[in-house]
Ligand binder design. Structure first.
Ligand SMILES: [Fe+2]
Ligand SMILES: [Fe+2]
Length: 239
C-alpha cells in the first residue's frame, strides 16, 4: 500500500484518512480522539516509542487491513448531514442499548460478588469496596452521557443540519465547545472505569456475568473513542 504517514500529521488526521487504524491506536493505548490534535511525533515521545519505528508499525498495520476494509467511508469527504445521521444511528443507538445493559450487569455482579467473596482482591483493594466504586463511577458516566447525547440530538445536530454551518453563530460555537469539554471529561471518566475494572483483566473467580460485564464496559470505551473522533476531529472542525 502506498501510504504517506509522517510525524507531523496529527493522530486525528491519520485516523480520518485511515479509519481502520483506530484499532491499532486503541491497542497501543494512544488517544486519537480527544488527543487527536497531537502529532505522531508527540505521541511517539509521550509513549517512549521511536518515531520511525511507530511509522513502520502503522504502515505494517495498514498493509494488513487494506485487503478486507477497502469499503470504509472516509467521512471528511462526505457532507456533515450524512455524518450526523451516521453518528446517531451507529454510535448514539449503540450507547442507548449498551449503557442500560452494562448497568444491569454491574448491579448484578456488585450484589453477588460482594456477598460471595468480599475479601478477594481487585487491583489494590477488596471486592467489597471496589465493586461499589466501579458501579458508582459507571452510573455517573451513564447519566452524563445520556444528557450529552440529548444535547447533541436536540440542539447541536439539528442546528448543523439546518444549514447554520459556516455561519458565525455564537450560540452554536459555545455549544460545540461545551460538547468538546464533555468529551474530554468522558474520556477521563472511562479511563477511570478501566482502572477500577483492573484494565478489564478478569479475576480468576469471575463468573460468566462478570466476563460479560467487562466485555460490555470495554466495548463501550472502544466505541466511544471512535464516536468522539468523528465529532471532535471531523464534524466539529468543519463548522
Ligand atoms: Fe455523539
Ligand atoms: Fe459527543
Amino acid at each position: 500500500m502506498n501510504t504517506k504517514i509522517t510525524s507531523e500529521q496529527s493522530l486525528g488526521q491519520i485516523v480520518t484518512k485511515y479509519p481502520s487504524l483506530s484499532g491499532f491506536f486503541e491497542r497501543s493505548g494512544i488517544d486519537y480522539c480527544c488527543g487527536g490534535k497531537e502529532t505522531l511525533r508527540e505521541a511517539a515521545t509521550e509513549h517512549h516509542i521511536d518515531e520511525a519505528e511507530l511509522i513502520k508499525r502503522i504502515e505494517k498495520e495498514l498493509e494488513g487491513i487494506e485487503s478486507f476494509q477497502s469499503d470504509e467511508i472516509i467521512w471528511e469527504n462526505r457532507p456533515a448531514n450524512e455524518l450526523v445521521d451516521y453518528i446517531v444511528a451507529r454510535h448514539h443507538v449503540y450507547l442507548k442499548q449498551n449503557l442500560p445493559d452494562a448497568e444491569a450487569h454491574l448491579r448484578k455482579i456488585t450484589e453477588v460478588h460482594s456477598e460471595l467473596h468480599p475479601n478477594e482482591v481487585m487491583g489494590d483493594e477488596k471486592v467489597i469496596t471496589r465493586l461499589p466504586k466501579l458501579l458508582n463511577a459507571f452510573l455517573e458516566v451513564e447519566a452524563s452521557v445520556l444528557k450529552h447525547l440529548e444535547k447533541e440530538e436536540n440542539e447541536i445536530f439539528p442546528a448543523i443540519k439546518s444549514g447554520k454551518v459556516g455561519v458565525v453563530d455564537e450560540a452554536l460555537k459555545k455549544g460545540i465547545l461545551q460538547l468538546q469539554e464533555e468529551h474530554t471529561e468522558l474520556g477521563e471518566a472511562l479511563e477511570n472505569i478501566r482502572h477500577l475494572a483492573t484494565d478489564f483483566v478478569l479475576p480468576e473467580w469471575a463468573c460468566p456475568t462478570f466476563a460479560a460485564t467487562y466485555k460490555l464496559l470495554s466495548g463501550i470505551q472502544v466505541d466511544t473513542h471512535k464516536h468522539v473522533h468523528l465529532e471532535n476531529n471531523i464534524l466539529f472542525p468543519e463548522l
